[in-house]
Design a protein around this ligand. Structure first.
Ligand code: SF4
Length: 403
């Protein structure tokens, strides 16, 4: 680790990394990082410094020599998955420290049945379907939104739910259905769009909601003996909303270390160091490595608007099935904006492609390289499963950076 970086990290991460490093980082690194706190870390590149990351890798290798058995750490955030592949993090780790990708990509965990409902919405020529771009090529049972659009369906890509509200305002004779897919990170923005539509007295805007909440699947996977998980790199974006404290019940009940980790290579490596440090000390607590963005309590305003519009519900996760209390449904007070209620969508049972192994990949039980279709039949240009479509999908990450 360069002295400049050590100096920089100490100041800017004051209250952040330094707080968490007390437990997670080696004495050598801590000594170095506290030598000079005069210069703040200002540039993203500093979190990508090769020397810094290699130094952390050396620390991890030293710590791993003290492990009594191999450890599996899971990341449950698609951006982490992408970062781990992009920066070759696995290649820096010893054989007894393994990273497993979990259900962290919101598009990937959205079941085919939801895509089929979205496709059903496009059948009515009076309807405009508005969506973020990553849903466009996700295969449904028999088609995709992309194929439907090529066939003439009015499907618009938007960059914010408020763009969809504007579409509704500008097209008063049409109904706009926004595809609300995501975790706690996006749910507040979609809630805000419903409030804005209500404020404008728009009666032609509704949301086909498929929001999921994160701690529940982590609990399910923690109890899976086949995975034998020994720690979580907790999702960073989600945690900006729900806060680090949300993982304390999980860590306490299952005695599993949890570290909320950022996305740069130095972040991820430090998150691994912190998990290893807990493992070696026999601890199982929640720590926040990414404290420059995540607090213990999260974002109270985002939480308030989320709970105003949504209530917990059972939700179907691709690969994991129906998980109690793991989803968000629009409250009955806002039923006029709920596409499920407004359109009474009823689609045939979804048809999965039996050759696609997305379900096992989302559970961390299979690597993309184990799927016989990976890189041959299934590519980003011609995806067979959702994990190859989304920019946060494990198969897409492996295709782009891992081959
Ligand atoms: Fe599914 Fe394609 Fe991934 Fe295989 S490579 S699991 S077919 S998305």
């Amino acid at each position: 680790m360069t002295q400049d970086l050590k100096r920089g990290m100490t100041q800017d991460l004051n209250g952040g990394m330094t707080q968490d490093l007390n437990g997670g980082m080696t004495q050598d690194a801590k000594r170095g990082m506290t030598q000079d706190a005069k210069r703040g870390m200002k540039f993203q590149d500093e979190f990508r410094d090769r020397g810094l990351v290699q130094n952390m890798a050396a620390n991890i290798r030293r710590m791993a020599e003290r492990l009594k058995a191999p450890v599996n750490f899971m990341e449950v955030c698609g951006t982490h998955t992408m970062a781990i592949y992009q920066y070759g993090i696995r290649t820096l780790l010893p054989d007894n420290v393994r990273l497993v990708s979990g259900p962290g990509c919101p598009v990937c965990v959205t079941p085919i049945g939801y895509v089929d409902k979205a496709l059903a919405c496009t059948a009515d020529p009076r309807t405009i379907v508005a969506t973020f771009g990553d849903m466009l090529r996700v295969p449904g049972s028999h088609s995709s939104l992309m194929e439907q659009r090529a066939g003439g369906a009015d499907i618009r890509i938007v960059y914010s739910p408020l763009d969809a509200v504007a579409l509704a305002k500008n097209n008063p004779d049409r109904r706009v259905v926004f595809l609300g897919v995501g975790f706690e990170t996006t749910a507040p923005t979609i809630a805000a769009s419903i409030l804005e539509a209500a404020r404008q007295n728009l009666t032609n805007y509704c949301v086909l909601a498929s929001h999921k909440t994160m701690p529940v699947p982590m609990e399910i996977l923690t109890g899976d003996p086949e995975l034998n998980l020994k720690g979580y790199l907790c999702p960073a974006h989600v945690s900006t909303v729900i806060g680090g404290a949300a993982y304390r019940p999980l860590a306490g009940k299952y005695h599993i270390p949890c570290v909320v980790t950022g996305f740069e290579p130095a972040d991820v490596m430090q998150g691994i160091e912190m998990l290893l440090a807990q493992t070696l000390r026999g601890e199982s607590k929640v720590e926040i490595q990414y404290s420059r963005a995540v607090s213990w309590d999260g974002n109270p305003k985002a939480q308030a608007i989320l709970h105003q519009l949504f209530e917990p519900c059972d939700a179907v996760w691709r690969g994991l099935g129906t998980l109690p209390g793991s989803g968000l449904t629009i409250r009955s007070e806002y039923a006029a904006f709920d596409a499920e209620r407004v359109l009474a969508l009823d689609v045939p049972e979804a048809v999965e492609n039996p050759a696609c192994r997305c379900g096992d990949i989302l559970k961390g039980k299979l690597s993309p390289f184990d799927c016989p279709l990976f890189g041959t039949v299934c590519t980003p240009e011609a995806p067979v499963g959702a994990c190859m479509v989304s920019s946060e999908g494990t198969c897409a990450a492996a295709y782009k950076y891992g081959r």
